[in-house]
Write a protein that binds this ligand. Sequence first.
Ligand code: PMP
Length: 298
Amino acid sequence: MYYNNETVIYLNGQWQLAKDTSTGLYQQSFHYGNGVFEGIRAYATDQGAQILRAEAHYERLLYSAKMMHLDVDYSVEQLIQLTQELLAKNNLQDAYIRPLVYAEEKLGLQAENKSNLFLCAWDWSQYFAAGELSMKVSPYCRPDPRSCHVDAKVSGHYVNSILAMKDAHNEGFDDALLLDQKGYVAEASGANIFCQKDGALFTPPKGNILPGITRSIVMQLAAANGITVHEKLFTPDELMAADGAFLTGTAVEIQAIGSINRQPFKLPWPDTFGATLQQQFHQHVRLRKVKFKKTKAA
Ligand code: PMP
């Protein structure tokens, strides 16, 4: 799924075939999760493949690397240029791009500054099958922001997401909703959450979440539609009493949530702000002019 015999990847200054690439087994990243990464989308448009918010993603990659003391000898511009080459070499239009910065070989716990840069991409359409998600409030909470830099996209943080997702799948749910240490809603295993209540949108503030780039696009689209977005903490009970809710993320884009703990939301999805924003988001990423609909809140 990720690569075939012809797939070209970038590793430390070299373009090479994925099938011929190997790396060491003694890296800190492999043993302790000390690596940082990004998930980026490219979309086919009338003007060729367009990387969505490339700058914001690579700024976040460099920020994440800095927080983990990993040195990266590439600028945002160089990383974007390499990504464009990667797409061209693999003849990709609708793609998911995965840059990974991983540490050099060292099994001690002293931060390892020297890093490797790996870039790969593959053909991509949709993360979740179409439809509305059934989500479960997870028994696993988000990592405590006093334990690690939760606003950085660090490989090791994702063991939390993997455990939460597995628990949700075991019980027949599509995804997990993780709370912070105080019991407020934080985010899904790999996406941010918004809910709609009384003609406005609510989303958890920065602090316990990965502040998503899609989250910020949605906030911009909401503002352009005259929809107020409150960055405010809310509990799972408050969420379940909302009119509707959706996830946002590079992979999930804007994804309807149908129910939490099997309790459905009040409004049918097509009647929610989420549905309007979802439609506009799809136009936006394909560089089509977004026609703003007059919403109830406008
Ligand atoms: N939270 C987590 C934990 C994630 O992994 C992601 C995906 N990167 C997001 C939120 C959404 O972020 P973005 O919109 O930048 O993809």
